[in-house]
Write a protein that binds this ligand. Sequence first.
Ligand code: SF4
Ligand code: SF4
Ligand code: SF4
Length: 179
Amino acid sequence: MARYGMAIDTKKCVGCMDCVVACKTENNVPEGYNRDWITNETAGKFPALRQEIRTERCNQCDNPPCVYCCPTGASHISDTGGIVMIDKNKCIGCKACLAACPYNARFVHPEGFASKCTFCEQRVIQGEKPACVEVCPTYCMNFGDLDDPLSIVSQLISKRPNHALLPPAGTKPQIFYLT
Ligand code: SF4
Ligand code: SF4
Ligand code: SF4
């Protein structure tokens, strides 16, 4: 079984927000909510400071507290490459998962269920790339199987310096930022 993840090149991201718009359209994300967003952070140590622009979303954690805390089993790890998914029919909107996620990646949909990035599972099972990856004009996002050493994501992560977000949280994020 695959383990899907992303390798995102922070040197190529220009913060254009095309990924945010594509996600909203592809996934019918309601007005006022986002599954992905842009963060602008100053990284490094003076005098070698640099600006890191990141496109962020659910990190599809390998040790996901949002799944463990869910009282109904709505939040679960899917058979599709380990993607963390939410079964909206089982969700009671209790927000336990929102509180458990250290990345603030979830929101409650106006219809009452928790929602977040799904790695565009509906596209991935058809052999397509996630919408955000597909539209990026600088090709900064790479999506693929982290368990395959020959995949583009595995190759990039092994060859380029990279970091995940909030490693001390212990969630084992599956999105890696190339620096
Ligand atoms: Fe869960 Fe948050 Fe990790 Fe996504 S980023 S899998 S919502 S803990
Ligand atoms: Fe589970 Fe829904 Fe509660 Fe989140 S809001 S913990 S998915 S029941
Ligand atoms: Fe949105 Fe899909 Fe990208 Fe996740 S992978 S941020 S759901 S477009």
